[in-house]
Every structure is written in structure tokens, then in C-alpha cells.
Design a protein around this ligand. Structure first.
Ligand code: UD1
Ligand code: CA
Length: 426
């Protein structure tokens, strides 16, 4: 087998997004649409990734950086024309090319693997991902011959009344044989209702040459949904949320209300952990078994929670390690912090990790008890088995086994009100 090259189309205008940047750099769960597509292209083992950019290309190129090579499409003359811009990268290569869209971010790695596998197993020169839609309006229709072989894709605007009734639609995602694609693309002409170079024309060109073409009907239609406006962006975010949450539930995590639990990509959560509502967990976070998170918890990047940890309500933690059995039950901010085992962090306690210029670290040893409303001014080290009195502002290290009190003493002035609160005396 030869190479796998992925071409990501991202030159189109996002008129309906009403945006000053390209629509493909809008984010879904913190990741640009186009970068999600590139993530997936990488996961299927692409040897090379080419992104076709045009409209507002700077924003796209900035977001992608050196993860892809760029082909620039100056005039947007259609999907065939977009692919023509990538031809210099494909010439002389053998193997398969995957065509992906920068605004179709939910396509799964497994589906692309099945697409490539089908094209190899059936020796197809073009394999299309298709779907069955009750309302196929707007999409290219898949035309099959009497034996069910795919022979052509007809765009809505060029379709006959009969063809418009076809419910099998073109997703726009394909796997092509590189060499035959390069031959076919030379023959595309803009002789159609839209005066565009249609990439879809290569299917007819190939099948007329006697080159086998086929289709993989996707099971889950949400994989091929595109983003054209902000309403669709929100819809896709919901789809992604359910997809991720369901994966965790299947692995033994309890999620009380999936509608308001926001777990980003690449989060690991152990068995029997319970996630209460209104919890957000960012990418890369690792949570152990039997933990309790939320409600209203915000677990940011770089956090690692060991087993039996509790992170309660209105708690934000960032770049923080929490050891086995430790608890941060309410109203805390822990940033750049290393918390040992069996530590209790009192209500309202925060780390003062930022001095306006730099972030500093806080360490808290095993079995320590931090009273309520304590300010831990970093950098600071709290030893093991320490008790810190409520309301303390800790600026210096505390040795193990110590009690630390860092607050003004209380003074009670007796009978003060009798002389000072004259109005009340009446
Ligand atoms: C295309 C397919 C159609 C399919 C549909 C699925 C063609 C001719 N038609 O429709 O069969 O059902 O996708 O969504 O291919 N793009 C460029 N440069 C261009 C034009 C488009 O980069 O000049 C990119 C867009 O940014 C987008 C993708 O290609 O990511 C698809 O473009 P779009 O205009 O949405 O698709 P259609 O041509 O309408
Ligand atoms: Ca406080």
C-alpha cells in the first residue's frame, strides 16, 4: 500500500456565520473546527495533510500552523477547482487521498478507517461516504445503475425531478486512488447549473472509464453534519457532548445530567466516578475511580485527580494534582497546586498563584487540614499533617505537623454599643 494523503477543503466563505474570520476557525469544545478535522486525519495515519485555503486564509493558516501544508485557492470556483490547487502536492505520489471538509468536524476516525478499508478490499478507485436522508434537499444525489453500482453524483441544481427523489446523498467525503484522481480531475469542466468545477464529476469520469467506484453508507448521520451558521455550531456541540458523555457512561462513569455536563476531548475518568450537573472538564484532564465531581465544578487543563477525590460545588482547579482521598468540597480556586493524600481544603480557600506577572506553585502535604477561607500565597509549601487556622493568609512555608495561624487577633470592646450607637438607645 502507498501513502495516505488527506486534503482538507477550507477555502469557502462562511457568509451565514456572520464572522470576521473563517468559519473553520470557530471552535467546538475549545478546538477549531478545522483542527478537529486535522486531528482525525492524523489519527487515521495520514502521511501528509494538505489544507486548501482561500477566504480569510490568514486566520485558517494561523490556527493550523505547521500541522498541514497549504494550497491556496484564489477564486472559489468549486470543489473540483479547490482540489486542483492541491494537485502539486499529489503529483508523483501513489496510494490513497482522503477528501475532508474543514467545516465537517464530527467525522470519526473509525469511519475513515472503514472508508479506506472498503476502497482497498473492493479495489475501488473512488469510494464515497454517503447517507440516507429523508429530506435530501440541497445535497448531491448518488446515482446507481441497475446493479446498484455507483456511477455518478448529480447536484441538486442539475438534477431531474426523478433524481431529486433519491434519498442517498453525497457527504463530500471520499477516498480516491491518487493517480486516477489526478487523471480524472483534468477532465472536469464547469458545464453545469452553477458554472463551477465540481469534484463530484470525477465519479462519472471514472465509472465511464470502467474504474470501479463505490459508496460507504454512514450509520450515524451526525458524523457528516456541516457548520454553516452558529445555530448549526451549537447543534454540533450538542451532538459532540452526547457522544463524549456516552463514551464515559459506557466505561462506568455516572453522569447525572448529560445535558449540562461538558467533558472535552481526551479526558480520562475512572469507574464509579460520579459527575454532578454543570460541570466542565477540559481536554487532557485525568480523573481516578470513585471520585465525586460537582455540581458546578470547573476542572481545567492540566489537572490529575487520584481515586476517591471530591471536587465539590463552585470549585475551579487548574494544573493541579489532587492525591487519593483528598477533598476540595466548596468555593475554592486551586491553581498550580500539588495536593497530597487525605487533605481537606476548607470552604473558600484559594491559592494566590498569580502575582500579576508569573504563576507560582503551592504544595500541600498528606493529611493536612486547611481551614476555611485561607489564602495560600504562592510559592508556598505546606508540610504533612499540618493544620491551618481558618481565615489565615499563608505567605511562608509551614513545617510538617505544625499548626499555623496567620490572622489578626480578635478584640472585643465591651459595652461599646452603649455609647456609640446612640440612635439605637432611644
Ligand atoms: C458539495 C458536493 C455535494 C455534497 C455536499 C455535502 C460538489 C460539487 N458538491 O456541495 O454533492 O452533497 O458538498 O456538503 O462537490 N470549498 C472550497 N472551495 C470552493 C468550494 C468549496 O474550498 O471553491 C469547500 C468549502 O469550504 C466546504 C466544502 O468545500 O468545506 C464544500 O463546499 P460547499 O459549497 O459547502 O459544498 P457544495 O459544493 O454545495
Ligand atoms: Ca476566600
Amino acid at each position: 500500500m502507498g501513502n495516505i494523503i488527506s486534503v482538507v477543503m477550507a477555502a469557502g466563505k462562511g457568509t451565514r456565520m456572520k464572522t470576521n474570520k473563517s468559519k473553520v476557525v470557530h471552535k467546538i469544545y475549545g478546538r477549531e473546527l478545522v483542527n478537529r478535522v486535522i486531528d482525525t486525519a492524523e489519527k487515521v495515519g495520514s502521511d501528509e495533510i494538505i489544507c486548501v485555503v482561500g477566504h480569510q486564509k490568514e486566520s485558517v493558516m494561523d490556527a493550523i500552523g505547521n500541522r498541514a501544508k497549504f494550497a491556496i485557492q484564489e477564486d472559489l470556483l468549486g470543489t473540483g477547482h479547490a482540489l486542483m490547487q492541491a494537485v502539486p502536492y499529489l503529483e508523483g505520489k501513489r496510494g490513497k487521498v482522503l477528501i475532508l471538509y474543514g467545516d465537517v468536524p464530527l467525522i470519526r476516525e473509525e469511519t475513515l478507517r472503514s472508508l479506506i478499508k472498503r476502497s482497498e478490499d473492493n479495489s475501488e478507485y473512488a469510494t464515497i461516504i454517503t447517507a440516507m436522508y429523508d429530506n435530501p434537499t440541497g445535497y448531491g444525489r448518488i446515482i446507481r445503475d441497475v446493479d446498484g453500482r455507483v456511477v455518478e453524483i448529480v447536484e441538486e441544481k442539475d438534477a431531474t425531478e426523478e433524481q431529486r427523489k433519491i434519498k442517498e446523498i453525497n457527504s463530500g467525503i471520499y477516498c480516491f486512488d491518487i493517480e486516477e484522481l489526478l487523471e480524472a480531475i483534468k477532465e472536469i469542466k464547469p458545464n453545469n447549473a452553477q458554472g463551477e468545477y465540481y469534484l463530484t464529476d470525477v465519479i462519472k469520469i471514472m465509472s465511464e472509464k470502467g474504474l470501479k467506484t463505490g459508496a460507504l453508507i454512514v450509520e450515524d448521520n451526525t458524523e457528516i453534519l456541516g457548520v454553516n451558521d452558529r445555530i448549526q455550531l451549537e447543534l454540533l456541540t450538542r451532538v459532540l457532548r452526547m457522544r463524549i458523555n456516552m463514551e464515559h457512561m459506557r466505561e462506568g462513569v455516572t453522569i447525572e445530567d448529560s445535558n449540562c455536563t461538558y467533558i472535552y476531548d481526551n479526558v480520562k475518568i475512572g469507574k464509579d466516578t460520579v459527575i454532578h450537573p454543570n460541570t466542565t472538564i477540559k481536554s487532557g484532564v485525568v480523573i481516578g475511580e470513585n471520585c465525586e465531581i460537582g455540581p458546578n465544578a470547573y476542572i481545567r487543563e492540566g489537572c490529575v485527580l487520584d481515586d476517591n477525590v471530591k471536587i465539590g460545588s463552585f470549585v475551579e482547579i487548574k494544573k493541579t494534582k489532587v492525591g487519593k482521598g483528598s477533598k476540595v468540597p466548596h468555593l475554592s480556586y486551586m491553581g498550580d497546586c500539588e495536593i497530597g493524600e487525605n487533605v481537606n481544603i476548607g470552604c473558600g480557600t484559594i491559592t494566590c498563584n498569580y502575582d500579576g506577572a508569573e504563576k507560582h506553585k503551592t504544595k500541600i502535604g498528606d493529611d493536612s487540614f486547611i481551614g476555611s477561607n485561607v489564602n495560600l500565597v504562592a510559592p508556598v509549601n505546606i508540610g504533612k499533617n499540618v493544620v491551618i487556622a481558618a481565615g489565615s493568609t499563608i505567605t511562608e512555608d509551614v513545617p510538617s505537623n505544625a499548626l499555623s495561624i496567620a490572622r489578626e487577633r480578635q478584640i472585643n470592646k465591651e459595652d461599646w454599643s452603649l455609647t456609640h450607637k446612640k440612635t439605637k438607645k432611644k
